[in-house]
Design a protein around this ligand. Structure first.
Ligand code: GLU
Length: 278
């Protein structure tokens, strides 16, 4: 049976782009007689606010969406991500990185890298990859807690060639190495988007991941984590991103296109659906 999910981060109010994404996921499940889940991706306690979670649920209900209970809130499942990290660590695939974001950016630039060399920004130059345990000990005392990075060369060598399937684009050859040594657990948050989304899609039995095409490249990395952790591989369907009249993607800061605002202006859920074509 098909299982889809909508997985917003409660960092602001939902806009028309979210409405499209949520309805897209729900319709993909409903037309096949499947299940539709809602997941709250709230691992970042600074950016995510509980009020946005209750507001977004209300917005989605207003839009006519219904989902299975209980809703999974990532902040309540941090031990699941810890378990996955422990497995990767025991495979020798993680290392602590003490570099600050500024240091990474500066080093990447000094080595001639373009600012957006990797899908998530600069590719880590590898400064902390081969630190001795004495150096690690020293840095633990000197510096803030480390980020935990994936040793990409080791990970891809272990996993071998990988593909995944996109309902629109067909078979995709994964090139997770383009990300370099990604951070899987942040110093301020004991996990990361990439890790928790992969663990959750697995634990929740999601069979079809639908999301915007801005996350198309991220799937290469999720596919690698699935291979390393022995997870089943869902299908994917990356959908178009809605744009405003001037061709810009909707953003959470655009108050005018939030579902709340449109509703307060008298727009009906039916009209929202018609506007976004779902
Ligand atoms: N939480 C992510 C976001 O709001 C979506 C993640 C996903 O669908 O994989 O952009």
């Amino acid at each position: 049976m098909i299982v889809t999910r909508f997985a917003p981060s409660p960092t602001g109010h939902l806009h028309l782009g979210h409405a499209y994404s949520a309805l897209f996921a729900e319709q993909a499940a409903r037309t096949e007689g499947g299940r539709f889940l809602l997941r709250i991706e709230d691992i970042d306690p600074v950016r995510c606010k509980p009020a946005f979670t209750s507001d977004l649920m209300e917005d989605l209900r207003w839009l006519g969406l219904r989902w299975e209970e209980p809703v999974r809130r990532q902040s309540q499942h941090l031990t699941d991500y810890q378990d996955a990290l422990a497995r990767l660590r025991s495979m020798g695939l993680l290392y602590p990185c003490f570099c600050t974001r500024r240091e990474v950016t500066a080093e990447a630039a000094a080595s001639g890298q373009a600012p957006h060399a990797g899908p998530d920004g600069p590719i880590y130059p590898g400064t902390c990859r081969h630190l001795s345990s004495e150096d690690q000990e020293h840095l633990r005392n000197e510096r803030a807690a480390p980020n935990w990075r994936l040793d990409m060369a080791k990970a891809t060598a272990l996993a071998g060639p990988l593909v995944w399937h996109d309902l629109e684009r067909g078979e995709v050859v994964a090139t997770p190495q383009d990300f370099g040594d990604v951070v899987l657990a942040r110093r301020d948050v004991p996990t990361s988007y990439h890790l928790s989304v992969t663990v959750d899609d697995h634990l929740q039995g999601v069979t079809l991941v639908t999301r915007g095409e801005d996350l198309f490249r991220a799937t290469d990395l999720h596919r690698l984590l699935q291979a390393l952790l022995g997870y089943a591989v869902p299908d994917y369907h990356h959908h178009k991103l809605l744009v405003d009249a001037s061709g810009h993607r909707y953003a959470k800061r655009d108050h005018a296109v939030t579902l709340r605002h449109l509703r307060s202006e008298g727009m009906t859920a039916e009209e929202v659906r018609r506007t976004i074509g779902l």
